[in-house]
Design a binder for this molecule. Sequence first.
Ligand SMILES: [Zn+2]
Length: 626
Amino acid sequence: MDYRALGLKAGLEIHQQLDTKEKLFCGCPTTLRETKDSNFEFMRYLRPTQSEMGVVDRAALEEIKIIKKYIYKAYDTTCLVENDEEPPRELNQEALDYALMIACMLNMNIVDELYAMRKIVIDGSNTSGFQRTGLVATDGFLDSKGGRVGIGVLCLEEEAAQKIEDRGDSVIYSLDRLGIPLVEIGTAPDIVSPEHAREVAEQLGMILRSTGRVKRGIGTIRQDINISIAEGARVEIKGVQELSLIEAIVEREVMRQVNLLEIKRELSSKTQTSVSDKIIDVTPVFAGTSSKVIQKALKGGVVYAVNLPGFAGLAGREIQPGRRLGTEFSDRAKKSGVGGIFHTDELPNYGITPDEVAALRKAVGAQDGDCAVMVADAKEKAQGALEAVIVRAREALVCIPEETRRALPDGNSAYMRPLPGAARMYPETDVPPVAITEERLLRIKLPELIEERKVRYITQFSLNEELANQISRSGNFVLFENIMEQVPGASATSVVRTLETILNELEKEGVAVNNIEDEHLISLFKLQSEGRIPNEAIGDVLKTIAKKPEITLEEAARSLGVGVKTGELEAAIDKLIESRMDFIREKGINSVGPLMGVVMKEFRGKVSGQEISRLLKERIERKLGA
Ligand SMILES: [Zn+2]
């Protein structure tokens, strides 16, 4: 697809948790808990009122159609602030410093004073009914291969509570995550292709990780993508957790909008181009049905239907791989609590017979080019569902609706709610504003970028690209540099493998790797650089230390029969040379090979072959030279 010709514009919104000790507005730790360790729970019914919101938001309006019960799981690591029973404390200064560092790295203009604002949330993910957020900086940029991309805003926010379970009429949230500091970074809509979107997301992620101040792991970074094409509409796709999906999501949203525009063109070429409000009770049509789904729904329920003039063949038209216009109808209908819809493009099916389809079409007055849509469920739900289908069908005639959509694992997306309006914020009067002074900004030290660090490791330590990449991105990079500084002869390759692979494997085996101190590792690599610990013994030596951290590393090695006392190897070699002098004189330096075998017999597994070979060569050369 020619994205430029289509006028693709995309922007990213990245949410990244910061790795602070305390939460944004209270002193509780930012550690996540197991829900089974929750020590009490409480319940709320949340419903935003018109007075709180000024103008009632359309997204909020849709959500409050259904009144839900919210259950919150609290812990001994959460307090009354999370429960919304106490006002927030002062803003966490550590979090603000990290946010300022990130803003500087993105070349942004920083505000003079940070004001906490309340942003309405209607899904119960915050006990107070709003999320606290503060604008930190505006108007930055980052340079990508695809061109310069503006960074519109950076906000410091509180993380929402984690949704544990959605039971339809009630939702369970866990409060451990609520209030963890979060930066929200929004780019300008300067992204011009799917690959470009991925590149920018990767670069932003790299910059964030370079600070060493962000949380790592699943769910700690989330991306939303805004996408539109010239004739289309702005659509926000939420909840992308994997970078690898970003490209597919942009591709498929463009595909969706292109196909919806084609459907609109086809519809407007038809004579009958309006959708009536008329919802028809077609229950009698299915009185004797053998369709199990319909039978089940009819126990206390009804079958309602609408006619969509000119929609025959279009409701079943694929707009994303595996998703049709009918799927969009269905997504909207499901908001009323129904399981789904049936439309005549996919009937007869589900045990519904051709005769029943004909009778259904007749009952709603469908002509040849029309599509009938029906819902079998409780009366009110069926009514609400079809009203939503009518709205979506009318939109198909004139435009692509502006929507917030949810990313699906295959790169498609499904309807969540209308795009929220702008009137969602009002001041948080419980939190005093924070002045951001020149002096404070001057104190910020910008970190080395991971990309720069990687290049430095390749030249400074002769690491290969893969290992340099691995350690420069790792939280262990400071320890790595520390070891390399303290042990000048250490093999960088071996240090990286130990820190990144061996220790991880041991941890997976259940070894208490936390017992291994930096000092142990430094001794380990000192001995290893002297050839006293062969590479293949590193794992076992560390395992022993993890079990008995009170002994020295040398003792651990010796207990495994690894390593030898200083001078022991030298003495053995000298003794051997003495006894084989005739052979050595005859073969010269070529005698090293055969003699190696003899020494290895005794020292295999205790000392590296390389070290034995080096010593043998040195001693024989000295002997021959003498
Ligand atoms: Zn707290």
